[in-house]
Write a new protein. Structure first.
Lengths: 358, 363
């Protein structure tokens, strides 16, 4: 046998720990043979796989005998070396492309994936059918566990108010939640809730019309689905971190919208109010009061979640004030009795449940 | 070559021959590829690191080999994600929506169930990670493994951990040694089982030190605070007293955190010596020689390395820990090479996904 195709080798046959020392040789037509005093074997060259490198040595395996190990020195005659499988370092893809090129391609693909993931809520949200959103909302909050206040007079007043800011044929579902916070939310599934705390501090029905119009705006402009997707994406990123049970309820209540979305919702509310001849002064007054109470900062305390990520209260008050038509004489949006019915709704509903979590 | 090896105790049976410059050539490209693939490469990175560390570790006269692949680790991760991640997400979602609807008790119960299942799976994961490591570690072509799936161990892990804490935590050493024994007794390498019989009695004194230290320290704290105030008063009256008190307070806090941490390390060092020292494999016995000071040095240099490289030193921690482990691990006894036949245990085609998901170490 030609010395160019022979090299000293060590191997383990995989059945026991005995090391065999002998020679590896190539027969010139695709087969290797291993010969040692106490062991002999032959196998196809194509059966051999690269295993790993050690200082001065390379380890090969056999595909058909996974426990077999062949250890060869680094200085192998070139004729034989050409028959051995190539070394692998990083993994098949990276080895083929080279580290620099692979890193570059991966970086581009990753950047595209991140961009897609980050922008998905904005373009995907509005395309999700309303019926799906309704189902998701149904699954997430249902009827809010009977915590929504109902009295015949209050319901009628709320329906009247809603009709003025939501002219669509199929109305969003609106309710007053028995919760003592100055807040309002638009929930998945086209459900809008005014918290009783907000209703109690309102000085005029026009104020409530402004807030209600704003939340309806979120629903109609499909902001809810966008925010939901964003939150879902975040929770995937922070997988496991948000496993608390109660904080997600609050997370839902203060689910953030972007400032653009807030502006859109405000514009929607002003447009509806103008159509229905509702004075924007009530809403302006509300924001002025909020600015005074909580300071006109952008980072309002978390407690006033409804205001938290909104444009500053002062700015919004001005926008509403500017929307007032000169010399117009707005009729009141609700009668005094209707306004009172809204205010007493939660107090007078005998069946409503307390809004506490534990 | 037939025959036997006497594993001589004058020379170390385990020798680590790697160096950090070589490791850096693996760790830095790994870091780069992990970043540009948004973390997906880390499975392949782990396999590369282990391949290096194992291949530079010599047991008696032959190097170890890591036969695991990045792909199987990746598959393990995907399996865990589908089998456990999705149901867990669903369960918490249902729990939340139940709470919103007013079924607080049922919702909280479901949430509790989700946490309980995490606890259970954590135990299973510890078992399976060790099994996976043994099944992918080879020496002279022979591997280890276990025929046990670890599902019973998961239950033991739950009840022993709970029982360990019930009598004010006094049974924690027992639960640790008992779980160590239970886990290792189910493992094998080649044809032979591992045997472990670590006794909690041998580590209990150290544990009491750790256990009682806060009380002792609290007393020490009062004395130190008082002395600080007195000393301060001696120097500068009322103001001095306040400053003295403050200095005393800082001393107390440092003493409390560093002192307690040090004692925790002292306990762990002792536990590890006991656990490894009570583990045998056929005619081999093992020992682990790291003292408390060795551990302290390891941890302090770890911390300095990470802090002074702005976190990049993190990639060298696996190297440091492996080297530490192999430097202090010893073995003695006899191995009959022709009796050391191949392991007949089943091998999973996927990696330690569960443990990966829980982010724990295997040993």
């Amino acid at each position: 046998m030609d010395e160019a195709f022979r090299v000293a080798a060590e191997w383990y046959d995989g059945t026991n720990a005995v090391r065999h020392s002998g020679n590896l040789s190539w027969d010139g037509s695709g087969r290797f043979s291993l010969v040692a005093p106490a062991s002999q074997m032959e196998f196809e060259a194509a059966d051999l796989r690269f295993g790993e490198t050690r200082p001065g040595k390379t380890v090969y395996r056999r595909k058909s005998v996974p426990d077999f190990r062949l250890i060869l020195p680094d200085d192998i005659p070139p004729g034989l070396a050409a028959q051995l499988p190539a070394k692998s370092d990083y993994g098949a893809w990276v080895d083929r492309m080279g580290l620099g090129k692979a890193a570059g391609i991966f970086a581009v693909v990753s950047a595209a994936a991140v961009a897609l993931f980050m922008t998905a809520p904005d373009w995907l949200g509005p395309r999700i059918p309303t019926s799906w959103e309704r189902n998701i909302g149904e699954a997430m909050v249902g009827d809010f566990g009977g915590r929504i206040c109902h009295t015949p007079a209050g319901d009628a007043a709320l329906a009247k108010l809603l009709a003025k800011v939501d002219p669509a044929e199929e109305k969003v579902r609106a309710g007053v939640a028995n919760m003592d916070m100055v807040n309002a939310v638009a929930l998945p599934g086209g459900q809008v809730l005014l918290f009783d705390g907000l209703v109690q501090q309102a000085e005029s029905p026009e104020e409530l019309a402004g807030v209600l119009g704003h939340e309806v705006g979120h629903v109609r402009e499909r902001h809810v689905m966008t925010a939901l997707l964003r939150q879902f994406g975040l929770s995937i990123l922070l997988a496991g971190a948000d496993s608390g049970v109660s904080n997600s309820v609050f997370g839902l209540a203060s689910m953030g919208y972007s400032r653009d979305a807030e502006r859109e919702a405000d514009e929607y509310a002003r447009a509806r109010m103008a159509q229905s001849e509702i004075s924007p002064l009530g809403a302006a007054g509300f924001f002025e009061r909020m600015a005074k109470e909580h300071g006109d900062t952008e980072n309002s305390p978390a407690l006033v979640g409804w205001l938290a990520s909104h444009p500053s209260s002062g700015e919004r008050a001005k926008a509403y004030r500017d929307a007032v038509r000169k010399g117009a004489n707005y009729p009141p949006v609700l009668t005094a009795q209707e306004f009172e019915a809204l205010k007493s709704m939660c107090r007078e509903d005998p069946d409503v449940e307390e809004f506490d979590f534990f | 070559m037939h025959g036997s090896h006497d594993v001589d105790e004058t020379d170390s049976a385990f020798v680590f021959e790697g160096n950090w410059r070589e490791f850096a050539k693996i760790a830095f490209p790994n870091l780069l590829l992990t970043i540009v693939t948004l973390g997906i490469y880390r499975f392949w990175a782990t396999a590369r690191e282990r391949r290096y560390l194992w291949s530079r570790t010599k047991f008696v006269d032959e190097h170890l080999e890591w036969a695991g692949t990045g792909m199987e680790l990746f598959l393990g991760f995907i399996i865990v994600l589908v089998l456990f991640g999705v149901p867990y997400f669903g369960l918490t979602f249902i729990a939340q929506s139940l709470i919103v609807r007013g079924y607080e008790a049922v919702g909280a119960g479901l949430g509790f169930l989700a946490i309980l299942s995490i606890f259970y799976l954590g135990g299973v994961a510890r078992f399976r990670a060790l099994r996976y490591r043994l099944s992918r570690s080879r020496w002279r072509g022979i591997r280890g493994g276990s025929n046990d799936g670890g599902f019973v161990f998961g239950l033991s892990y739950m009840w022993k951990t709970v029982v360990g804490w019930i009598p004010l935590g006094l049974l924690v050493p027992w639960s640790m040694t008992s779980l160590w024994n239970e886990r290792w007794n189910k493992m094998s390498f080649g044809p032979y089982q591992f045997e472990a019989d670590a006794h909690s009695g041998n580590v209990f004194a150290r544990f009491l030190l750790f256990y009682l230290a806060p009380v002792v320290m609290f007393v020490g704290m009062l004395i130190m605070g008082g002395m600080g105030m007195l000393a301060g008063y001696g120097f500068g009256g009322e103001d001095g007293m306040a400053i003295g008190g403050l200095v005393g307070l800082i001393g107390i806090v440092l003493f409390f955190y560093l002192g307690l941490g040090l004692i925790a390390v002292a306990f762990y060092a002792k536990f590890y010596r006991e656990a490894v020292g009570s583990t045998r494999w056929h005619d081999l016995h093992f020992s682990f020689e790291a003292s408390t000071m060795d551990w302290v040095k390891l941890l302090i240099v770890d911390a300095l390395l990470v802090v002074f490289t702005f976190g990049i030193g993190f990639i060298f921690l696996s190297y440091r820990h492996w080297k530490f482990f192999m430097t202090h691990l010893e073995a003695g006894g006899e191995i009959l090479l022709d009796e050391l036949t191949q392991s007949q245990t089943a091998t999973a085609k996927h990696g330690e996904g569960l443990l990966d998901a829980f982010d724990m170490g295997a040993i």
